[in-house]
Design a protein around this ligand. Structure first.
Ligand code: AMP
Length: 287
């Protein structure tokens, strides 16, 4: 049932940057029917659910959720930690993956994280960098910058940097060498410290999509004699469904399998005697 405007669940998503489109796509796939936002739109409603989407700066989302300006938000786990906001992480969303890494110029004599002790570290994540290094007993002097972190060692402003990395290309291009990862991040759905029923409901719906993306439904026929071997090949966790076929001695085996295992699994199943192997996408998976 449609609520009045004020009863709508308000969710904040990044207005720009690499998390914007995947966030809208997730709402679309979850069936909320987000209205196509114009480039300059600040908010848009959803056709199929009493949900209002607000487009704001990714870095502001943790505070907006904490202060109750919105009911929940999608942003990077790194930003949630950096802001130290009192929010609850309702769901890891499986996109926007990256790691916060410490790096030094190629020619630096520092070869490990421990070697950073007492050094000047440039970062746009002052709180997180200090916290994560301190956890390892490394005390540093933070140089708080707002961008172009990679050039700070060359400018003599810092001895090392702490920054987000996904492929490592930016580090290499700027003559930097990674000393290792401090924190793994991805996009997350966050709600208030005590999220209400509507936010938890949204988390369940999004979870069904996130789970489904990583999963495929496998169907195959096989002689009953191959069943033991086949069920051993299919990843444990969920028992496969076994159905009799019209042909005596033959069965159909159905199972949910991790998408990441498929490349390994299919030839193994065929070699074990499976035939008519079908693999189909899963739209939703919950429980
Ligand atoms: P953007 O608005 O595009 O700068 O991205 C903001 C968020 O995207 C970051 O806070 C991270 O959570 C995520 N992200 C994923 N990969 C990267 C990357 N290689 N560099 C920066 N941010 C990334």
């Amino acid at each position: 049932m449609e609520g009045s405007f004020d009863e709508r669940l308000k969710i904040a998503i990044p207005a720009k940057g690499r998390l914007r489109e995947p966030a809208i796509e997730l709402l679309e796939e979850a069936g909320l029917g987000p209205e196509e936002p114009g480039e300059r739109a600040l908010a848009f409603p959803c056709r199929n659910a009493p949900v209002e989407v607000l487009l704001v700066r990714a870095a502001d989302i943790p505070e907006y959720v904490q202060d109750g300006v919105v009911d929940c938000g999608i942003t990077g786990a790194d930003l949630v930690r950096e802001r130290g906001a009192e929010v609850s992480e309702l769901l890891a969303l499986g996109f926007g993956g990256c790691t916060l890494q410490a790096a030094v110029p190629q020619e630096s004599r520092v070869t490990s994280l421990g070697g950073l002790d007492g050094m000047r570290i440039a970062t746009v994540f002052p709180r997180l960098a200090r916290e994560l290094l301190e956890e390892q007993g490394i005390a540093v002097q933070i140089v708080d910058v707002t961008g172009s972190v990679e050039v700070t060692p060359r400018l003599g402003l810092a001895d090392a940097i702490v920054d987000l990395v996904s492929s490592g290309n930016t580090l290499r291009t700027n003559g930097l060498r990674s000393l290792g990862s401090l924190f793994s991040s991805q996009a997350v759905l966050v709600g208030g410290a005590e999220p209400d029923a509507a936010a938890l409901h949204l988390a369940r719906v999004l979870k069904s999509v996130v789970n489904a993306r990583d999963t495929r439904y496998l169907m195959m026929n096989a002689p009953e004699s191959a069943l033991d071997l086949l069920t051993r090949l299919v990843p444990a966790g969920r028992a496969p469904t076994v159905l009799p076929l019209a042909e005596p001695g033959m069965v159909a085996v159905h199972a949910l399998v991790p998408a990441a295992d498929v490349w390994r699994l299919l030839p193994e199943l065929e070699a074990a005697g499976a035939s008519s192997i079908l693999l189909v996408p899963v739209e939703r998976l919950l429980g």
